[in-house]
Every structure is written in C-alpha cells, then in structure tokens.
Design a protein around this ligand. Structure first.
Ligand code: DMJ
Length: 523
C-alpha cells in the first residue's frame, strides 16, 4: 500500500514538465541522465575554457579589440571598437557568466561608435558580423534598450558604405571619423551578401525599414547581375556597374562563404515568408553539389574551387568552407531535403578528419586532396615534373598526403569555428551523438595545444606537437563568439537556442526568428 503510494508519487513527479524546456519531463530527464551527466561535464569544461579566455582578455586587454595571448598585450586592429568584448556578449550571457556579462555591458554603454582609432578604416563586413551582430545577439537575449541603441549607432556608421555606389553595393571600408565611404571598384560577394541578417533584424527591432531596404537592394544586385553558372557566383563584383568579374573564382571559401549562408538564413529569419531566398538557396545547393563537391582518390567528399573561368579545378578545401555541411544540414531540415543530409554528413566527416589526422588534432587552415604521390598545390594540371622541384625546395613531410589523402597546405589553426559549427548543426538535425564525440575530440586538442598561460593562441603548424614553439600571438574574437559558443551548445540541451526559435548569424549571434512577417515586410 505504502509502496503503491510512493510509486504513484514518483510517477507524478517524473511527469512534471521542466519549465525552461519545450516540454521535457523530469522522467525523460532521468532516463537520459547518464548522457546528461557526460554532456554536463563537457559543457562545464567548455565554460571553464571561456572563463580562461575571458579572464585573459579582461586582465590584459579589456575594452580593446583583441588579447595578444603570448605578449599579454592588447591590440586595436579593428579600429578600437572593443571587438572581442562585443563579439563575446551573448556567449557570456548564454554561459550564465552574469558578472562578466554585466561588466562588459557597462563598457558598451560608455562607447562612442561614431569614432575609430585615428586614420583607421573600418571594415564593413567584419564590423557588421562582429559588432552589429554581437550587439543584436546580446539584445535578443537581454532586451536592454541600450544595446539596441548602440546597434543602431554601429549600423549608421556602416550604412555610409552604401553611399559610395550608385548600384547599391557597399564599399569594403568606411572612414568612421569622417562618416565617408572609402571608394573601391571591387567588392566580394561575402561583403555584399552578409549584411542581410543583421540589417533586417535591426529594422525589425527598431521599426525603421531603412536598414532592411539597404540589405535587400544589395541582395537584388547580387541576384540580377549576369551569371554564367546558375547557382554559383564569382567571388567579385564591380561596384560601379554591379556586374560580376567572371574570371574570379567560384568557391565556398574566403570572400564567398557567408553569402551562400545568408540565402538560406534570410529565408529562416523571416519564418519562410520570402520564397525568393529559398529559391536562391536551392539553386546554389544544387550547383554546389554538381560543381564544387568532389570526391578524393581516398573516397572523401570535399568542397574544391574553380578558377580561370571554370577551366581549373583546385582540389583544395579551406577551413572556412567547413561551415557548409552545417548549412546543408539546416537546409535539409528547413526545406525537407533529406538528399542533402547524406552529403552534409560526408563533408563534415572530411572536416573532422582534417583535424583527427594531424599530430595535434587541430585542423589546418587549408588542405588539399592530392593524387597519390603528388605534392600540393593540388591543381589538376600539375605535372609530375614538379615533384623533384618540390623535394629540392625541401617540402617537409607534412605536405605529403596522410592515409586519407588529405594534405595540409596552410598548416595554421587560428582558432576558427567552422568545423565545430557544422558538428553542432548536424547534431541538432540528426541527434547522432557521434557529432558530440567529434566535437569533444576537437575541444581536447584546443585545450591541449592552444591554451596559453593567458587566453588561447592561434597555432603555426598543426603537425607539430611542440605547443609553445608554435603559438601565434593572436586570439581572434570569433574564438569566444563562435568556437566556444558552438562547443557549449553542442553539449547543452537542445532547447538552449532552439533552432525553432533562433537563427544563428554567420558570427554565431542568435537572432530570434521573426514570426509576424506581415507587419515587418509591409513597409
Ligand atoms: C567568422 O568571422 C565568420 O564565421 C565569417 O563568416 C567567416 N569566418 C570567421 C571565422 O572563421
């Protein structure tokens, strides 16, 4: 009798829903308790890493752009906009580092974005994704109107970039002190096509449509300019006539990456209301699968690039392009395209193997897929004559393919997030715990080789385990904004930044999906 009562009580208690979840009950929670415990420990290990990175920044560089972890100094290479601090705000908030968050926020309150370090030219793309995105991401979690006001100040400085072009493309730089664009004739697609999430979110939050209109105009130029290969866009455009430079490469790496990312994410941001962005994404993912995805001799899928009007295919993948499997996974889920998921999983495996097969477990900045016996660069038209030349130049062993046929070309690891970003997205989409295991491997390599006395340091040669001899005096803001955030979320319950409620910007800032599109898009 007694035990029946106890059973009934236990039964009732286990059905109680945990309030901050999407309906997880205490019972579910216990059933997953072993997994939860491991994940919780891992999540805390990542939080400790954030503590270490932030303490280094706070002690030696607070309010400056970046910590230099080896010299224990600060730099202002982004024009003295406290960029590591702003980029980290929402990571601090998510990791419940409240004291640090409030201290950082107070610093933001004192900032004047109407000025930059004298003579410094503000980079529009980077400041959009790091500064504007960082302030908006923090605002989404905190709703402090000061953050929105500051975001608007930043956007008003950056919007000047569009005054330099009659066709609606941005200049790459602005003079923040003079409020003038720096004229340039060329802009890359990532620069013109990665303001959209930030500017549209700002319009929604402020009710002022002008930011969205600027962003849409740039998107329209990118789409209507003549292209020779449907779904693939040369990386450069002319800012005077708004046309592509058709000799520029077609790639998913530097200069292109986040443009493709924002095709899909604009569609998600406005809760699937704008069909044209879906169509653009579908055309590009089909073209990427047909023209950029290649298979190495060892059977690995990778993303190469085309050069010289699509006459030379370079069998080289940039670490930057490792975000793409995650994007494909998101697209597979949002657009119900299971056919993309298999390829996304294969590409993510290649990115993971680019880490796993180095001596340190860190991933190189670029890696190629050579034919056996061939040295990098892995261009199809390389001849065997080059082999003795390369040997004579003393190419070290590291430039030879490993057993998977992966050859590191640029051996640095600069604390980039893209591979763990894809692992996070794939985990959320597939629920397959192997992505957590892979992320844990990468996190351990980061801890072992890049953790300095103060902060974390970029690394020269992923094949050399002599850590201290390989440190570069640099900790980019994206390490705290993205790499550690994605790792933390990888081990968190899936309702923390649920993908049903948020879309993550290219710098991993969480923007709430805009559900009331009718009013927002009407202006
Ligand atoms: C980040 O600043 C962004 O993810 C950007 O889109 C490209 N990559 C860097 C970090 O590697």
């Amino acid at each position: 009798m007694q035990s029946e009562r106890v059973d009934r009580i236990v039964d009732k208690v286990t059905q109680v829903k945990i309030p901050w979840t999407n309906g997880t009950s205490i019972g579910d929670s216990f059933r997953n308790s072993e997994l939860t415990l491991t994940n919780h420990k891992r999540q805390q290990a990542v939080r400790n890493a954030m503590q270490h990175a932030w303490t280094g920044y706070k002690t030696h560089a607070f309010g400056k752009d970046e910590l230099q972890p080896i010299s224990k100094a600060a730099n202002v290479r982004w024009g003295d906009w406290a960029i590591s601090l702003i980029d980290s705000l929402d990571t601090l908030k998510l990791m419940e580092m409240e004291e640090e968050y409030l201290e950082a926020k107070e610093f933001v309150r004192s900032m004047d974005f109407g000025r930059a370090a004298p003579g410094y030219m503000t980079q529009v793309f980077e400041m959009t994704i790091r500064a504007l995105g960082g302030l908006l991401g923090a605002y989404e979690l905190d709703e402090d109107p000061m953050l929105l006001q500051k975001a608007r100040e930043v956007a008003d400085v950056l919007a000047v970039a569009f005054e330099g072009s009659l066709v609606g493309l941005p200049m790459s730089y602005v003079d923040a002190n003079m409020k003038k664009p720096v004229p340039t004739t060329r802009v890359c697609i990532a620069e013109a096509g990665t303001i959209q999430l930030e500017f549209k979110k700002l319009s929604q939050l402020t009710g002022d449509p002008k930011y969205r209109k600027i962003a849409e105009r740039a998107s329209d130029v990118l789409e209507t300019a003549t292209k020779y290969h449907s779904g693939l866009y040369p990386i450069y455009l002319n800012t005077i006539n708004g046309q592509y430079d058709h000799s520029a490469s077609l790639s998913m790496g530097a200069g292109a990456d986040s443009f493709y990312e924002y095709q899909l994410k604009q569609y998600v941001l406005h809760d699937k209301a704008e069909e044209k962005y879906k169509d653009q994404y579908v055309a590009s993912v089909e073209a990427v699968k047909a023209k950029l995805v290649a298979k190495s001799d060892s059977g690995l899928l990778y993303l190469g690039q085309w050069r010289n009007n699509m006459t030379v295919f370079v069998r080289e993948m940039e670490h930057l392009a490792c975000f793409y499997p995650g994007l494909m996974a998101l697209g597979a889920q949002v657009l119900d395209r299971p056919q993309d998921l298999t390829i996304a999983e294969e590409l993510a495996r290649t990115c993971y193997l680019s880490y796993k097969t180095t001596a340190t477990g860190l991933g190189p900045e670029t890696f190629s897929f050579s034919k056996s016996g061939q040295l990098s660069p892995a261009v199809d038209d390389i001849t065997d004559d080059m082999l003795p030349v390369a040997a004579a130049l003393g190419y070290p062993k590291i430039f030879q393919p490993n057993k998977y046929g992966i050859t590191p070309v640029d051996t640095r690891y600069i604390l980039r997030p893209e591979t763990v970003e894809s692992l996070f997205m794939l985990y959320r989409v597939t629920d397959d715990p192997k992505y957590q295991e892979w992320g844990w491997d990468i996190f351990n390599a980061i801890e072992k080789h890049t953790k300095a006395e103060v902060g974390y340091a970029a690394y020269v040669n992923v094949h050399d385990v002599n850590s201290t001899g390989n440190w570069i005096d640099s900790m980019e803001s994206f390490f705290m904004a993205e790499t550690l955030k994605y790792l933390y979320l990888l081990f968190s319950p899936t309702d923390l930044i649920s993908l049903d409620e948020f879309v993550l910007s290219t710098e991993a800032h969480p923007f709430r999906i805009i559900k009331n599109n009718e009013t927002v898009l009407a202006d």
